[in-house]
Design a protein around this ligand. Structure first.
Ligand code: HEM
Length: 399
């Protein structure tokens, strides 16, 4: 949480990658920064999630009652924190709604949302782009996906839901939260649970042709799926669907505002929008890292790792590994064959990666086609104080 480190973590990532790629941190876990090592840990089945309570107690102490906190109790059930077979069963619930075919079918609606929202933004020069577009656009896409109707939410409610996720997701961070942060995360988790339980109740009483109804019916037809698992998975999907994508869009806007030559390339060649999206998530990943537990004694790049050890895989550092990427420390919009590790790998590979890519591409295409002269106030930009979820809290934009 060192503000200087948060402002620019890349020099220390580089130092670690070159000098101490399998670093044993004083914080009690291993830190990996090279592409091959991070990928190894993410895809090798010797690594998984392991003992949730023990993993969280590592940041507090052994007497910390992890599951007495609603926000951690929720995290303990989210499927990204599970090993097979629970992971397989719960991921299967939502994977169909995010298949490539379903995502392709969503494009016209995603485009219409981007177009309407950019037109609205153009009427408010200098407004905070993060709140008014970067969060709102993917949130509305998630509402659409879940089947939330416009008469079921207001602007204020969406803002509250966005804030509730932002206040709860720090439980993913690899550190102890302070008392205030933890109390807030717990309160906000209760708010999210009440909101979604109420939605499930409405769909149970009045089924519709939407994902929420399908999930509620899946629960009724499947005794192995508990009400808590259903609610946990939907809150997780909803939050994961905008918390990282919002900052992909915000970071992208900032990068275009600060790299006029790259911006000019995109302006003359909108066909580069998919490559630009890929470069934004490589260069300034909105999710900087993820983690695993060694399930057995093992070795990574010659270093012995004991069963039960925690490993932080810093994908944002792996994305700048010169062993894999040419010009790793420069933001360059060109087609690249190499894929960043931003969306992870192995069985937990981001189930929403194609949706995120679609949103990134469509946003850029609509921005450059309607508002090529957009202005970004890079000097007034303010980064949020978070390590794992990297992005801005304030970024003024005029279209
Ligand atoms: C730029 C945007 C995004 C980034 C950077 C991102 C990144 C990631 C990463 C790194 C993982 C793997 C975590 C791990 O292995 O521990 C992951 C998993 C996941 N992501 Fe994303 N994600 C993004 C967008 C989305 C979207 C749009 C959705 C939903 C619509 C989503 C839903 C999920 C879910 C449910 C998982 C858990 C998958 C599993 O455990 O099997 N993500 N994401």
């Amino acid at each position: 949480m060192d503000p200087q480190l948060l402002a620019d973590p890349y020099p220390i990532f580089r130092w670690l990658r070159e000098e101490d790629p399998i670093h044993r941190s004083d914080l009690g876990f291993w830190v990996m920064t090279r592409y091959d090592d991070c990928r190894h840990v993410l895809i090798d089945k010797t690594f998984g999630q392991g003992d949730f309570v023990k993993n969280i107690q590592l940041f507090y102490d052994d007497s910390f009652d992890v599951l007495a906190n609603p926000a951690y109790a929720w995290l303990s059930r989210v499927f990204v924190m599970q090993d097979p077979p629970t992971h397989t069963r719960l991921r299967g619930l939502v994977a169909g709604a995010l298949s490539l075919k379903r995502i392709r079918a969503m494009e016209p609606r995603v485009r219409e949302l981007a177009r309407t929202m950019l037109a609205k933004l153009a009427e408010q020069p200098g407004i905070n782009f993060i709140e008014s577009f970067a969060y709102r656009f993917p949130t509305l896409v998630m509402c659409d996906m879940l089947g939330l109707q416009e008469n079921e939410f207001s602007d204020e409610l969406l803002t509250q839901l966005n804030q509730a996720i932002a206040d709860t997701f720090p439980v993913f961070e690899t550190r102890a939260l302070d008392t205030g942060e933890l109390a807030l995360a717990n309160r906000q988790m209760e708010f999210l649970t009440a909101f979604f339980d109420d939605l499930f109740e409405r769909r149970r009483a009045h089924p519709r042709d939407d994902l929420t109804t399908a999930l509620v019916s899946a629960r009724e037809g499947d005794a192995s799926l508990s009400a808590e698992e259903l609610s946990t998975s939907v809150i997780g999907l909803f939050g994961a669907g905008f918390e990282t994508t919002a900052h992909m869009i915000g970071n992208g806007m900032y990068l275009l505002g600060t790299h006029p030559d790259e911006r000019a390339k995109l302006a003359v060649n909108p066909g580069l929008a998919p490559d630009a999206t890929e470069e934004i998530v490589r260069y300034e990943s909105s999710l900087q890292a993820t983690y695993r537990t060694a399930l057995a004694d093992t070795v990574v790049a010659g270093q012995g790792i004991a069963a039960g050890d925690r490993i932080l895989t810093i994908v944002a550092a792996a994305n700048r590994d010169r062993a894999v990427f040419a010009q790793p420390e420069a933001f360059v919009i060109d087609p690249r064959a190499e894929k960043p590790l931003t969306f992870g790998g192995g069985i937990h590979y981001c189930v929403g990666a194609e949706l995120a890519r679609l949103e990134g591409r469509v946003f850029l295409e609509e921005l450059f086609s309607a508002f090529p002269d957009f202005e970004v106030d890079a000097h007034g930009a303010r980064l949020r104080q978070a390590f794992l979820f990297r992005g801005f809290e304030h970024l003024a934009v005029s279209l």
